[in-house]
Design a protein around this ligand. Structure first.
Ligand code: HAM
Length: 439
């Protein structure tokens, strides 16, 4: 029976006490991206497996160990998106977006799936907010994308996150670095995990981000990529740092960042929080100048990032970042009898069409139980409708905080409530200003 009442391992439900926070977070992220010209793009939750094998890379943990892959009924190999970049680029290529004005700037919110060991901040289904900028190869584009992350974090009131940057070179300088890695790791063949032993020949860079503790320990003293950059990659990295300095964006250069996906070239970066435990990377991204070509398009530079929504929420909560107040019921209409209930349905509909949050009884509770419910949902005002009120076509709107009563004809309820809400919000503003003044 547990299968019927327990979500699969590594997944989670977002309940009504959390979803308003997620909606706020997601709309703030998309609006901030709009300020930089990124517009939302939606792509399917699953793609052909080959897309991820080719783009993310067949020597990565994601492709080798973590993908949710299955055959559909016609025997096609399908994979649930482990990340957002590959689908975003596939879609841009399929729909000819790169034939229009460059750079193409897309943003996305997407579920992602990776079969990973579950722990705080690491799930098998998680959500990413990401952007991709295609067709801009300059360090100015890198700075713009990084500054968008900073502005998103600022807009959400998240401080205390550090930015780490690195450059992992390009196909011109990579072979020399790979050779140095091969030489270094060859001394430790007996200590590397079987996957890394295979990687040693095929793609030694991947050993640097293996999660196996023994490989991780050995990787600590491995050669660092910054010592092997070609002039072009070195100049690009200098250009980025110059711009970040000019924009007042604080960063540290961390030469051990290599990222877990194969498509990166030149700039890579991560935003890290120390408030949410071991899985502190809230955002990761970088440049992928060869990826469009790998996918069959014309050579086109690209850069982007993705933030983990769950981790972002954890950081916001850990930092005490502000969330908008929960929406509460403006008017609860309590009723006695069938006729009053019919009138209440009509009144509630009128109120809602004017933008008020109104509720009335739908379960046949006693008046006392209805008032208790109104209290429980924090209704700001209540109104009781019974035989008398219907006969006289009048009722009293009660302010639940002050107990003040407002007499209203039943045709005036919307107007009277509007006046009352306006008045109490003036009072609230005045009170908060007095408080600020006293402080
Ligand atoms: P990534 O570093 O694999 O990059 O993932 C980006 C972010 O997704 C991470 O920093 C983390 O916040 C979140 N994340 C990853 N795995 C999990 C998980 N198992 N549970 C919870 N959150 C997770 C990418 O996916 C690249 N596509 C980013 C990118 C876009 N690079 C260029 N453009």
């Amino acid at each position: 029976m547990a299968l019927l009442t327990q979500a699969p391992k590594g997944t989670q439900d977002f309940l009504p006490d959390v979803t308003p926070k997620l909606q706020y977070l997601e709309s703030t992220l998309l609006q901030t991206a709009n300020l930089f010209g990124f517009v939302e793009q939606r792509t399917p939750t699953f793609e052909h497996t080959e897309l991820f094998v080719r783009s993310v890379g067949d020597t990565t943990d994601v492709v080798q160990k973590e993908m949710y892959t299955f055959e559909d009924k016609k025997g096609r190999s399908i994979t649930l998106k482990p990340e957002g970049t590959a689908g975003a680029l596939r879609s841009a290529l399929e729909h000819g977006l790169l034939n229009g004005a460059l750079p193409v700037k897309v943003a996305y919110l997407t579920p992602c799936f990776r079969y990973e060991k579950q722990q705080a901040g690491r799930y098998r289904e998680f959500h990413q907010f990401g952007v991709e900028m295609l067709g801009a190869g300059s360090p100015a584009a890198d700075a713009e994308v990084i500054s968008l992350v900073c502005q998103c974090l600022d807009a959400l009131g998240v401080g205390d996150i550090s930015l780490e940057i690195n450059s992992i070179g390009c196909p011109k300088c990579r072979p020399r670095f790979h050779e140095a890695l091969r030489q270094y790791f060859s001394q430790y063949k007996d200590k590397l995990c079987p996957t890394c032993l295979e990687r040693l020949e095929k793609n030694p860079l991947r050993i640097l981000d293996c999660k196996d503790p023994s490989c991780h320990e050995i990787a600590k003293n491995a050669p660092v990529v910054l010592d092997y950059l070609c002039d072009e990659c070195g100049d690009h990295f200098t250009g980025l740092k110059k711009r970040l300095d000019a924009m007042g964006i604080t960063y540290t250069v961390n030469p051990t960042i290599v990222r877990g996906l194969d498509y990166y070239t030149k700039t890579v970066f991560e935003f890290i929080s120390n408030k949410i435990g071991a899985q502190g990377t809230v955002c990761g991204g970088g440049r992928y100048d060869g990826l469009v070509e790998v996918m069959g398009g014309q050579p086109t530079p690209g850069i982007g990032f993705a933030m983990g929504i769950e981790r972002l929420l954890m950081v916001m909560e850990a930092n005490g970042a502000p969330f908008p107040p929960q929406v509460t019921c403006d008017l609860y209409i309590a009723t006695m009898g069938e006729e009053a209930s019919v009138k209440a349905s009509q009144l509630a509909a009128d109120l809602r069409s004017e933008g008020f949050y109104a509720e009335t009884d739908t379960v046949g509770r006693s008046l006392k139980a209805q008032m208790k419910y109104a209290d429980k949902i924090g209704a700001k005002y209540t109104l009781v409708l019974g035989e008398n009120e219907l006969r006289e076509n009048r009722a009293q709107i009660k302010n639940m905080k002050t107990g003040a009563l407002i007499d209203a004809s039943l045709d005036q309820v919307v107007d009277k409530l509007y006046e009352a809400v306006l008045e109490s919000s003036y009072i609230e503003i005045a009170e908060s200003q007095t408080l600020e003044f006293k402080e």
